[in-house]
Design a protein around this ligand. Structure first.
Ligand code: SAM
Length: 219
């Protein structure tokens, strides 16, 4: 009996959705649907497609990683998106999380500091038709002032502290999710909410392990 590779990939994806996302508490229907729609295999280096729906981070170019699917879903769910928001992502990497975000928000702005990754993600997102994502090459520890304020900001690299400029670029009632920790590879995921009158409320979510956020207000 021959196995259709496309169907086998879909079956692995459905298993990932039920065993690693739903079973571990991801409840937001839009996030689940986005994780179903976005083909993670298209964001991986050639030859790694088979591992696309394992629940782990995978290496991409330049010593960087594409994040674990559960963590991508968890971080996006924590942003409490309704579909009409403008979202800033710091750490484009492969472009995968930006693609998932683009299904949950109106507009996604994403910043990457490594030129080849930014160019690769920009081309991939265009080819796959994610027209509401804009990729910018730059130091994301400074945010992206041009399109601020943002309803939500997600940082996909670990910072020593929450960069002040990201807080400044968050709209009132906005949410920021960022890994923060005292060493370059071990962090706590932090959710920051900006109140209507401009105060910030911090909440620790869970321990995580991200590559370091490198830049003026990072490492
Ligand atoms: N979101 C990505 C994806 O879906 O593939 C995974 C991101 S990877 C874990 C972290 C990324 O953050 C790397 O591509 C790294 O180059 C980038 N990065 C680190 N410091 C940065 C900075 N100051 N500004 C922008 N990107 C940065």
């Amino acid at each position: 009996m021959t196995v259709d590779p496309k169907r086998a990939m879909e079956a692995r994806k459905e298993r990932m959705l039920s065993e690693h996302l739903a079973a571990r508490g991801i409840r937001d229907a839009a996030v689940m649907q986005a994780m179903r729609e976005v083909p993670r295999e298209a964001f991986l280096p050639l030859g790694m497609e088979l591992f696309a729906y394992d629940d782990g981070p995978l290496p991409i170019a330049e010593g960087q990683t594409i994040s674990q699917p559960y963590i991508v879903a968890y971080m996006i769910e924590a942003l409490e998106l309704l579909g009409r928001e403008r979202v800033l992502e710091i750490g484009t990497g492969s472009g995968y999380a930006a693609a998932v975000l683009s299904r949950c928000a109106a507009q996604v702005y994403t910043v990457e500091r490594i030129p080849s990754l930014a160019a690769g993600a920009r081309a991939r997102l265009k080819e796959l038709g994610y027209g509401n994502v804009t990729v910018h090459l730059g130091d994301g520890t400074r945010g992206w002032l041009e399109h601020a304020p943002y309803d939500a900001i997600v940082v996909t690299a670990g910072a020593p502290e929450v960069p002040r400029e990201l807080l400044d670029q968050l709209a009132p009632l906005g949410r920021l999710v960022i890994p923060v920790g005292p060493t370059q590879h071990l962090q706590e995921l932090v959710l920051v909410r900006r109140t209507r009158d401009g105060h910030f409320r911090h909440e620790q979510l869970c321990p995580v392990r991200f590559v370091p956020l490198i830049g003026e207000h990072g490492w």
